[in-house]
Design a protein around this ligand. Structure first.
Ligand SMILES: Cc1cc2nc3c(=O)[nH]c(=O)nc-3n(C[C@H](O)[C@H](O)[C@H](O)COP(=O)(O)OP(=O)(O)OC[C@H]3O[C@@H](n4cnc5c(N)ncnc54)[C@H](O)[C@@H]3O)c2cc1C
Length: 464
């Protein structure tokens, strides 16, 4: 069926709006559906790691960060008890702290400004299939009229966020809630280290903060467990695990924010990408893949996925050949797995580490030592180093460092050292199983070693 569109995009959120802003100026005809195009106040996607900023710049969309008071972020500060340490991002790279709603409106405006984009206000209802079970479009309820209508395109992108309605048709997802984040805005707040993301490690689970405008700081407090925190439990958590550890310079703003209320609570999901590859449709963003937001890795993954998918789609002469589109979708799923494994593993591994008293002390001291290990670790957190080998190496070094420190301090700490090693293994094992193809990993490094040793082949293998 000939359609007036090349792509139909469900959801004009961070993923859907950004890929539209990137592809539409290249002449791709896009139908962009969302049930609301109004600015939202959300606590998600407010810290862009340098990897996300870099992707935007590489797509020529870096200017979308201008003009709404977004704040540069130069590195991280860790605070545990009375001790503090900072680690700068690699030279020349910066992250950005911002109001997600304002940023998204800026991206949407850039997307909708193109003549090749049709904006559709409506709720997407169902994927439409032809007699060969290929997806050919989507039905939706138009917001203004409540009429059910259909839109057809050779490719449908489902980017309808973390409560996606279309996962069941396009993936074997297993979604789990790791914890909840409670969000507060601290006004006129002075942080211990301006222009830094802060991770507070003194309580049983971490809380973080970063600037989102020139006079506002976002505070995100982790509430462990799979149950939505009830009011009384939340108050107990704040009293015991947060309030005592708020630095003096932030205290007034913090207390004022508590008095004003207005907490926002969001579940933190982990969902590895397990796509079912079907003709005519592809998933993008949180609909496909989620990780703990502690490291602010979500948009690094989203923007990198957009680059990968777009590169494959733009290599086609047009959108007329469904078999060719299908090949490109397969290539996208394959490439994105490699590109995002570090971001995903690091997010959930660090959440596990920072919720474990032995491991979080180890990580604090490890990073405090500075040097190459701290630099490699921050480059991975920044989304700039995606090499799986570096990730595994740093994780092993960290755990051995932690265990050795315990034993060196006092040999009677040996059982604690063994527990630290075993906890680290329990944290990392399922993540590696989900995110990295070990066969590909070992083949890759075997080939690299052989090529270095002069056996000749493997020279064309790219770094993951
Ligand atoms: C608490 C929290 C904090 C986070 N903090 C950060 C951070 O600091 N940095 C970072 O990089 N990442 C962060 N993330 C992750 C990041 O926000 C997400 O990865 C990102 O927003 C995903 O974008 P998306 O487009 O997939 O989803 P969304 O941005 O949620 O967009 C989905 C869109 O789809 C629309 N939609 C849904 N259903 C339908 C339907 N049926 N029909 C039509 N439209 C529909 C919605 O209206 C919405 O506009 C955080 C996540 C959480 C939970």
């Amino acid at each position: 069926m000939k359609s007036e569109f090349d792509i139909c995009i469900i959801g004009a959120g961070m993923a859907g709006a950004t890929i539209t802003a990137y592809l539409a100026p290249k002449g791709i005809k896009i139908a962009l559906i969302d049930h609301s195009f109004k600015e939202k106040k959300r606590i998600v996607g407010e810290l862009l790691q340098p990897g996300a900023v870099l992707s935007l710049e590489q797509m020529g969309l870096g200017h979308l960060l201008d003009g709404f008071d977004a704040q540069p972020v130069e590195g991280y500060a860790l605070l545990q008890g009375e001790e503090k340490t900072t680690i700068p991002y690699p030279h020349h790279y910066k992250g950005m702290g911002l109001h997600n709603g304002r940023f998204l409106q800026q991206i949407r405006a850039s997307a909708l400004h193109n003549e090749s984009v049709k904006q559709i206000h409506g709720k997407a209802l169902q994927l439409l299939e032809n007699e060969r079970n290929e997806i050919v479009g989507v039905s939706y309820r138009e917001s203004l009229t409540s009429e059910i209508k259909s839109i057809y395109a050779p490719l449908t992108i489902t980017s309808d966020g973390f409560f996606s309605n279309f996962r069941d048709h396009l993936s074997n997802n297993e979604k789990t809630v790791t914890s909840y984040f409670i969000g507060l805005i601290l006004k006129d707040c002075e942080m211990p280290f301006p222009k830094h993301g802060h991770v507070f490690l003194s309580g049983p689970t971490p809380f973080i903060c970063y600037p989102i405008s020139n006079n506002e700081v976002r505070l995100l407090i982790d509430f462990p467990g799979k149950q939505l925190p009830r009011k009384q439990l939340l108050q107990q958590h704040l009293d015991a695990n947060v309030t005592p550890y708020i630095p003096e310079c932030m205290r007034n703003s913090y207390e004022q924010a508590l008095q004003e209320g207005g907490f926002k609570v969001m579940p933190n999901h982990y969902m590895a990408a397990k796509p079912i590859i079907r003709k005519g449709a592809v998933m993008l963003g949180d609909a496909l893949n989620m990780r703990h937001p502690l490291t602010g890795g979500g948009l690094t993954a989203v923007f990198s996925d957009i680059q990968i998918l777009s590169t494959h789609l733009l290599a086609m002469p047009d959108f007329n050949k469904t078999d060719l589109i299908h090949e490109k979708i397969e290539a996208y799923y394959r490439d994105r797995q490699k590109a995002n494994a570090n971001v995903n593993i690091l997010a959930n591994a660090l959440y596990g580490v920072m919720s474990n008293s032995l491991l979080k002390t180890a990580v604090f001291k490890y990073l405090q030592c500075g040097g190459t290990n701290a630099q490699e670790s921050i480059a991975m957190l920044a989304g700039l180093n995606r090499n799986h080998y570096t990730l595994m190496k740093q994780f092993c070094f960290l755990t051995v460092f932690g265990a050795r420190n315990l034993v060196r301090h006092n040999i009677s700490n040996l059982p604690k050292a063994i527990k630290l090693l075993s906890d680290a293994f329990i944290i990392i094992k399922p993540l590696i199983r989900n995110e990295i193809s070990l066969v590909a990993f070992f083949y890759h490094y075997l080939a690299k070693i052989k090529s270095l040793a002069g056996f000749g082949y493997g020279a064309n293998i790219q770094e993951p």
